[in-house]
Design a protein around this ligand. Structure first.
Ligand SMILES: Nc1nc2c(c(=O)[nH]1)N=C([C@H](O)[C@@H](O)CO)CN2
Length: 119
């Protein structure tokens, strides 16, 4: 199976479990790996035959910038749902990074996989 990918989609959002985190926006970075059969797109050379990664990014920026969840897990699950239900992906891996959220670390976050990756 082929993979479409997005690295480090940067979005400011309200996220976190602490009172101070409900008052500010923080930056999250999103990585996506999306299973896709890209042969039709390659043969036609038309984006209409592809899963459009720009459209996905625009949809996710709209969703994430308006969201107010507490956990990175919740955000990752919502992102996977959007990509599968609205863009027809059969399998997706979503990584949500919350850089510098924990003192002494460069990065924390979560990575999930949803759906069935075809051979
Ligand atoms: N499993 C998780 N643990 C923690 C989360 C989270 O989203 N998932 N969040 C926090 C805080 O909001 C942290 O990011 C800020 O200091 C702590 N643990």
């Amino acid at each position: 199976m082929d993979i479409l990918f997005v690295r480090e989609l940067k979005v400011d959002t309200r996220i976190g479990i602490y009172d101070w985190e409900r008052e500010v926006k923080q930056t999250v970075l999103i990585d996506l790996d999306i299973a896709a059969d890209v042969r039709a797109a390659a043969q036609t050379d038309k984006v209409e035959s592809a899963i459009n990664y720009q459209t996905i990014c625009q949809r996710l920026v709209a969703h994430i910038s308006a969201s107010e969840v507490e956990l990175v897990e919740t955000l990752a699950e919502q992102i996977a749902d959007i990509i599968r239900s609205e863009f027809g992906a059969v399998w997706v891996q979503v990584t949500v990074h919350k850089p510098a959220a924990v003192r002494g670390t460069r990065d924390v976050g979560v990575r999930i996989e949803r759906g069935n990756r075809l051979p």
